[in-house]
Structure formats: structure tokens, C-alpha cells
Design a protein around this ligand. Sequence first.
Ligand code: ADP
Ligand code: MG
Length: 256
Amino acid sequence: MELKDITFSYDLKNNHLVDVNGEINRGKITTIIGPNGSGKSTLLGIMSNQITPHKGYVRLDGKQLVEFRSKEFARKVAVVHQRNSAPADMTVEKLISYGRLPYKSFLANNKQEDAKVIEWVLQKTNLSKKRNHALYTLSGGEQQRVWIALTLAQRTPFLFLDEPTTYLDIYYQYELLEFIKKLNRDLDITIVMVLHDINQAIRYSDIIIAMKHGQIVKKGVPKDVITNELMKEVYGINVLIKENKDTGIYTIPIGI
Ligand code: ADP
Ligand code: MG
């Protein structure tokens, strides 16, 4: 996926994204970091064809996103937001089955294939036992797993996650990140996510993109991106950067 000269604003006064260029590497986990309002969700919206840039374009497999038909695009890219809502009586299996919609057409419905994929998803996400449970009876971490399961039923090579851990306790944050990493490593799904926790971004990303004021400040492998200078420039904070021999570098914020 290639981003070329992307500029976008929600109103006439401000530019919310300015000349964003870059590439999303296939098969990798890319994490976007940056302060509130820096344009992370807007950029994700543009990469997932929910927002059309005023200038520039995104290309996927050599084709601009605006040229995709919606079902065709839904077979390529799936998105999970920090909060997702479903009707109160929605069950796990029913929700997952919506992931098959991009594969239905007026002429052809392959129910057998759909059932096979849904079984596979339930097993991959460890949700088989909960298949008939109403979504709201599940824990926050399980609910996020169900929304991701829906995207697995979509069979997309790309999965975008906007702050997927925000409403989870720390244990379930790591559990979800481990699960996301497994999807990337085992199923070769290219992940692009937004995270607030810098140490989690370091730990779980192949590539980090740091944003500020609608621009990409730096992109690269975690140890090159997360420096004292960058943390000062992007977040306005001073940090200590330490090294742990098992897990690599981590940061400790010490003030402004
Ligand atoms: P982030 O996800 O990094 O917090 P966003 O992409 O949500 O940032 O927002 C970037 C900027 O665009 C912010 O200044 C925000 O106020 C503005 N913005 C976001 N969504 C809208 C909207 N729907 N209408 C107007 N302005 C918006
Ligand atoms: Mg956001």
C-alpha cells in the first residue's frame, strides 16, 4: 500500500493531513503513534477508503483506492475501531458471519464455504464455546476478539486497528496484542494499528510511524524512531530510554 502526497482537511481553516507520503510494508506490523489530534485516525480513515483525500492518493496493488468497488475493497482491507457497537441481541457467531458479506452476490451464495470459514474463524480466535453467546455478555477483551474475528471471516490481507486496547485492562491489552501478533505471523495479515502506549508500540511493531500536526515526523524500526529527541519533539516530554536484554528498548517518561 502506497500513500502519495496526501492532504486532507475537515474544514476550510485547517489542514488535518499535510503531504503525507509513505508505504505500508506487506506482512509487517506497522504502528502509528502521536498525540491526540495529530491525524492518526484520519490517516487510517484514508487508508481504509472511508475518507477521500483532497489531494494525493492511496494505491493498493497498483490501483487507487477510489477505483475499487466497495465489496472488492472489503475483501482487501478490514477495520476495527476502539469502540464498536452492535445490536443488543447480537451473538458471536452472527456477528462473525457478517464478515462474509463481501463474498455474497446477487447470483451466487456459497453457504458451505461461509460455514467452513466461520468454523475456522471460531477455532482460530478460540471463540467456539461462546458462539451462541450475546456479545454484551463477553468481557471487553473477548468483544475486541469477536470484532477481529469478523475481519478474519472477511479474509482480508490487511487489518487496520484504531486503538484496539484503549478500553482494556493491562493484562487484556497484552493478550490482545499477542493475538494480533499471532495473526500477523501465522496468517501473514498485514497490520496497521494506532497505539497510545509507546512501550507496547516498541514491543509489537516492525515499523513505527510517528505523527504530529497531520504529518509523519519519522518512520522506521522502533529503536530508530523512539529516541529522546523524537519523544520531545512529538509529545513534548522527556523520557529515559532503557534496554532490557529480553525485550529490547523501553521508555520511562520523566516529565515535561
Ligand atoms: P488522532 O486520531 O491522532 O487523535 P484525528 O485524526 O482524529 O486525530 O484528528 C485529527 C484532527 O482532525 C484533529 O484536529 C481533530 O479535531 C480533527 N477532526 C477529526 N475528525 C473530525 C471531524 N469529523 N470533523 C472535523 N474535524 C475533525
Ligand atoms: Mg484517533
